[in-house]
Each structure stands twice: as C-alpha cells, then as structure tokens.
Design a protein around this ligand. Structure first.
Ligand code: PAP
Length: 337
C-alpha cells in the first residue's frame, strides 16, 4: 500500500550548500527547497503506467544525452518522430519533480512529451512546437533517488527505469561549471574547494551522490528486467552496443543484423552525439527554459571522460577516490576511480 508523504519545507532540516542557496533534507537526501512541494506531489500522486519509461540520474551524469537517445529509440516509428533538430532534449523529456505543472498531468500533451515554452525569452525557436500523438509511450526523467521512488517502482506491473551514472570526479566538475554558468549576477562564484566539500559531505542537490548511485545499482541487480544501469563512460566508449541493449531492454529492439537496422542505430548514435547536438540551433539557444531559469545551452559544455584532471588537485583526487573505495568498491561496485 502507498504511504502518504507529508513534508513541508519549514519543518525539514536545512543546510547551506553554496552562497545564499540552501538544500533541505528529505529522508536522507538533500533537495532544493523549491522542489519540495513538487517532490511531494510525485510521491503522492504520480502513478507510473507499466509502459512508462523513467530516466533516473544524479545531476550531471548524462541526463541530457539520454533525453536525446531514449526518445530517438522509443519513438523512432512514430509519425511525429521527435526531431532533435527542433526540440531541446529537456523539452522532449520532462522531469517529474521540477517546479511547474506535473508532466504526467499535462493537458496539451497527454503523454508528457513536450511542454510549451511560451515563457522563454525568445520566440523564434522551435522548442515550443507541440507534439500531440497521444499513443506514444510516456518518457519522464527524475533526479529523485531510488530510496524515494521504491514503492512506485515496485508496483505489480512496474514501468522500466534507465539509470545513468558518471564517475564522481567528472560529475563534480561538471556541476561546478554548471552552477557558475547559471548563477545569478548577484551571486558569488562557487569555489571549487567548496564544491568538493559539499560533494564529499553529500550536502549537494539530490546528494549524497554515492547513496543515489548505490540505490539504483543494487535495485538493478535485483530487478534487471525493470532497471537498466549504465555508466556515462560505457555509453561513450561503445554507444552502438549500448543503444542496441537499451532498445532490447525497452522492448523495442532493432532487427538483428539487417543492414537497414544497423544504419538506423548508427544514425541515432550520431544524431545524439555531443557534436551533433551542439550543432543544433535549439541547443545553442541562450533562451531560458520555461521550467527552470537556465539557458538551453547550459546543458552542453565539453562532454567527455576525465575532464576532472584539468581541475582537481592530487589531494582532492585522493580524497574522492578514498570515498569511492569506501562507498562503491567495498560494496562490490568497482567503479569511479
Ligand atoms: P542535468 O542533470 O542538468 O540534466 P546532465 O545532462 O546529466 O545534466 O549532464 C551534463 C553533462 O553531460 C555535461 O558534461 P560536461 O560538463 O562534463 O561537459 C554535458 O556537456 C554532457 N552532455 C550533454 N549532452 C551530451 C551528449 N550528447 N553526449 C555526451 N555528453 C553530453
């Protein structure tokens, strides 16, 4: 039976994570205060359909990439195939818990594929075009931890979950860049040293990172038919193999060894690559998204493996690696160093 969750921001423990920004604790995980009521709505009201696909991730671990790949794989036979030329991936796949009307209730797009971004500052981009095919499978995204969603994902006929993670040091560096790029003009820079401290302490939006990853990792081992676990590094090293695996897991496999389907997979991988995505006008746009005051182009920076080496000093790497050994390796997950 579902439990009813009652949280209100004032009653939750709060801690500063940077400058004047605070996070509050909900059952062992930290979130932004403005997300609390929307998170409560997800926990109390969202009922996944067995056909739903939920992309789960800790921030900065490959969400945008999978928000391109999943629609390209799942909706590939739809007449209104969602064009990555016209749509920013974050408009194609909405977060469940972000401020705004819940995507599963969207009336203008019954499947929650797309929002209207009429509140964005520019009017010339196509990212506010509507997709109206109601027969399409719904795809949602979330940064919520497995520990919060467990009841929903354990339903009688569970939906499918794809979880992506990324090595902790690149995740931290990516988040540090993102915050400094998107902060308000009145806010101080987020110093890298502060970013490291909050990352390691777990007092970080959606943190602790390690508990987030381990929640989905363990669940994926217990329920491999429902939870697909992949790393950013695996996907980058062998995208063709993993796109095929994803399609199989999602119940929409590509035909075996037929030239046409080989070309189709290659086309999807290419169109979702960092190079292709960053060449699209919609992804270069400095307009703000309608669901968070962040420019569309902020979700693309460098896109690669190992950029932390250009930013973190030896002591920081040692500190994070020690934590990785303690949290991942000791639990049998040999990843992240
Ligand atoms: P989010 O949680 O805010 O949605 P998310 O998409 O998970 O962010 O992470 C952004 C990172 O993915 C950025 O990494 P970087 O800072 O190290 O560069 C971004 O560049 C990278 N990224 C976005 N799209 C792609 C892509 N198509 N292929 C590879 N990496 C990508």
């Amino acid at each position: 039976m579902e439990t009813h969750n009652e949280f209100n921001v004032e009653s939750l423990p709060q801690k500063k994570w940077w400058d004047q920004r605070y996070v509050c604790e909900m059952n062992g995980f930290w979130t932004l205060p403005e997300f609390v009521p929307y998170t409560v709505r997800v926990l109390n009201e969202f009922k996944p359909l067995p056909s739903d696909v939920i992309l789960a991730s800790f921030p900065k671990t490959g969400t945008t990439w999978l928000k391109s790949l999943l629609p390209s794989i799942i909706w590939r036979s739809s007449k209104e195939s969602s064009s990555l030329v016209n749509h920013h991936p974050h408009d194609l796949v909405r977060y469940l818990e972000f401020p705004g009307s819940p995507p599963w209730l969207s009336s203008s797009s019954p499947n929650g594929e797309l929002i209207s971004s009429s509140s964005s500052s520019g009017g010339n981009h196509h990212h506010d075009e509507e997709i109206t095919d109601p027969t399409r499978r719904r795809i949602f995204a979330t940064h919520l931890p497995y520990q919060h969603l467990e009841n929903k994902l354990d339903a009688n006929k569970p939906c499918r979950v794809v979880y992506i993670t990324r090595n902790p040091k690149d995740t931290l560096v990516s988040m540090w860049h993102f915050v400094n790029k998107t902060k308000g003009p009145e806010e101080h820079d987020w110093q890298l040293e502060d970013a490291q401290n909050t990352f390691c302490s777990g007092i970080f939006p959606f943190g602790p990172y390690y508990d987030h990853v381990m929640g989905f990792k363990k669940a994926s081992l217990e329920k491999p038919h429902n939870i697909f676990f992949i790393t950013y590094e695996e996907l980058m090293t062998d995208p063709i193999v993993h796109v095929k695996r994803l399609a199989e897991f999602l119940g929409c496999p590509f035909a075996d060894d037929q030239e046409e389907s080989v070309l189709e997979v290659e086309k999807i991988v290419k169109s979702c690559s960092f190079e292709s995505m960053t060449s699209q006008e919609v992804n270069k746009s400095e307009d703000f998204t309608s669901w968070t005051p962040v420019a569309y182009n902020a979700f693309f920076r460098k896109g690669g493996i190992g950029d932390h080496k250009n930013y973190l000093d030896a002591n920081t790497i040692k500190r994070i690696d020690a934590l990785t050994r303690e949290k991942f390796h000791a639990a049998g997950f040999m990843y992240g160093i």
